[in-house]
Design a protein around this ligand. Structure first.
Ligand SMILES: [Zn+2]
Length: 140
C-alpha cells in the first residue's frame, strides 16, 4: 500500500474510533448515574459490587457493541457488564441500564466479583484470572 493511502486509512480509522469512544463515554455517563442510584438505595456499595445489564443503541449493529462489553466494564469499574440487547432507533437513543449486585463472590485479590471464585481449591478465594496470575508469579 502506498504511504498516502495508508495515512488516509489511518485517519479514517481514528475518526471512526473517536466516534466510538464518544459513544462509549456517553454510555458511561449515563450508566454512572444509574450506579449512583444503586449506591443510594444500597443495592451496591462500590461500583465493583455491580453487575450492569444494558440495552443500548447502535447504528452499526450489535457486533460493535459486543466488542465494547469489556471496555465499558473497565471504564465503569464494575465486575460484570452485559449487553442484553441493542435497540436500533434512528433519532432517539434508548437507554436502559439495570444495576444489580454482581454474580458470584468477591475475589480477594482484585476485588472483582466473579462466578469462578472458589473453583481452584488451592486458591479458594481467588478468581480464575488471579489464580493464573498467582500461578505465573510463583513459577517465575
Ligand atoms: Zn481476581
Amino acid at each position: 500500500m502506498h504511504l498516502s493511502e495508508w495515512e488516509a486509512a489511518r485517519f479514517t480509522r481514528s475518526e471512526a474510533e473517536e466516534t466510538e469512544w464518544g459513544k462509549l463515554f456517553e454510555t458511561r455517563k449515563h450508566i454512572l448515574g444509574e450506579l449512583e442510584k444503586a449506591r443510594q438505595d444500597k443495592t451496591i456499595g462500590k461500583s465493583l459490587d455491580a453487575k450492569v445489564s444494558w440495552i443500548g443503541f447502535s447504528e452499526n449493529g450489535a457486533e460493535v457493541e459486543r466488542a465494547q462489553e469489556n471496555e465499558l466494564k473497565e471504564l465503569l469499574n464494575v465486575s460484570q457488564f452485559i449487553i442484553e440487547g441493542v435497540a436500533r432507533q434512528q433519532d432517539s437513543p434508548v437507554w436502559t441500564a439495570a444495576v444489580k449486585k454482581a454474580d458470584g463472590q468477591k475475589c480477594e485479590r482484585c476485588w472483582h466479583w466473579e462466578t469462578d471464585v472458589g473453583t481452584n481449591t488451592e486458591h479458594p478465594t481467588l478468581c480464575s484470572r488471579c489464580v493464573e496470575a498467582a500461578t505465573a508469579l510463583s513459577h517465575a
